[in-house]
Design a protein around this ligand. Structure first.
Ligand SMILES: [Zn+2]
Length: 373
């Protein structure tokens, strides 16, 4: 079993810095992880949280590490903006109230705050005091793509940890080296995993997740000849495929409940069930995100193939099936189809059901594929 620090791939300086901070007990109470998408900031934030909670500084093998990694630890909170334009004052007030509550299990709480660049002056103001002087048992890990886009008042209260951009060729090489897979499979896995090496590694190890990839690729290939009912069925099947890897998780959850039921009080049992529900939701979201990533990379592949740059195709295992679309799709049409994928991401982040979001995306892409100019 690999330790959690191995999850931080291609960012040796970051991994060393964080590990030293944890081991020497000198971790700042507020960190700002800055780096481009795919640099592995969220994965690193989870690895750090594992190391904070694990008795063995992030062994990667114990139940605590498992729960933090998979979104099932009650004292690790992932915070995302709830407003359409970012964090709202009301959400931040709720957050700062929550921060002052005692941890559910351990002696510490970790808040992973995504999109730290989406605070405006008012919501930042509501947050600053807590960020500056959080309760002793709280660690904030803020994530942002670019340093300049975060308000200076937030930056100045955080220890900044910079993540470098991992060039795709290096990410592929790392993945090949770590898993022994070939370059083509590595490239496709990275596309599904949004460029994050650690997630691509998990993807390659899961036949269920690879099956979900195959299904969205088949759906896209046939999409222009599908009728409405076919599209609805396809969206449903995709969700079934995304949920397939969850069966094992559910079985483990049931076993856990069975084992604990006689020992836990009502309250503890309920919090166990809540935690398990959170883990399932987090895993489903990751699976849906992978399907959307694959759709995005397929659309890009069709475009570059059509432009005669076959070298840039990522999903080389299906390039033959792309030829028909590649021959006719124009850059503006591609842009419309890619926007449909982004719209699906947005909808899901606003809590639209994944199935509805995927249905809408498939209908929009079908429009483009039927009239790709
Ligand atoms: Zn551990």
């Amino acid at each position: 079993m690999r330790c959690v620090w191995d999850d931080i791939v291609g960012q040796a300086r970051v991994a060393d810095f964080l590990r030293t901070a944890v081991v020497t007990d000198r971790l700042a109470h507020a960190l700002l992880f800055v780096g481009p998408p795919g640099a592995g900031k969220k994965t690193a934030a989870k690895a750090l949280a594992c190391a904070i909670f694990c008795d063995d500084d992030g062994c990667g093998a114990c139940p605590v590490c498992y729960r933090v990694r998979h979104g099932g630890h009650p004292d690790v909170h992932i915070v995302e903006p709830e407003g359409t334009a970012g964090y709202m004052v009301e959400q931040v007030r709720d957050l700062t109230r929550d921060v002052h509550l005692a941890p559910a299990e351990g002696s510490i709480k970790v808040y992973i705050v995504e999109s730290a660049d989406l605070f405006n002056d008012s919501s930042a103001n509501a947050f600053l005091k807590t960020l500056e002087e959080p309760p002793a048992d709280v660690v904030f890990i803020l994530l942002a793509h670019a340093f300049d886009s975060v308000l200076p008042t937030i930056v100045s209260r955080c220890q900044v940890v910079r993540f470098r951009r991992i060039p795709p060729s290096e990410a592929t090489a790392l993945l090949v080296q770590q898993t022994g897979t070939d370059e083509q499979r590595a490239g496709a896995a990275l596309a599904a995993a949004g460029g994050v090496v650690a997630r691509a590694r998990d993807f390659l190890e899961s036949s269920d997740r690879r099956a979900a990839r195959d299904l969205i690729l088949r759906t896209l290939t046939d999409l222009d000849v599908m009728d409405d009912l076919d599209v609805l069925e396809a969206a449903k099947s995709l969700l079934v495929a995304v949920r397939a890897p969850l069966d094992g998780v559910k079985a483990a959850h049931e076993a856990e409940i069975k084992e604990q039921a006689d020992f836990l009080g009502k309250g503890a049992l309920k919090s166990l069930e809540d935690r398990q529900r959170r883990e399932l939701t987090a895993r489903e979201r990751e699976g849906v995100a992978e399907v959307l990533n694959v759709a995005e990379s397929w659309l890009r592949d069709c475009l570059v193939l059509g432009q005669g740059v076959a070298d840039l195709v990522v999903n080389t295992d299906v390039s033959d099936a792309m030829e028909r679309v590649a021959a006719v799709i124009t850059p503006p049409a591609s842009a419309v189809a890619l926007e449909a994928v982004n719209e699906a991401r947005r909808r899901i982040s606003y809590n639209v059901s994944p199935q509805l979001a995927i249905e809408a995306m498939l209908f929009d892409i079908r429009e483009v594929l039927r009239c790709p100019r």
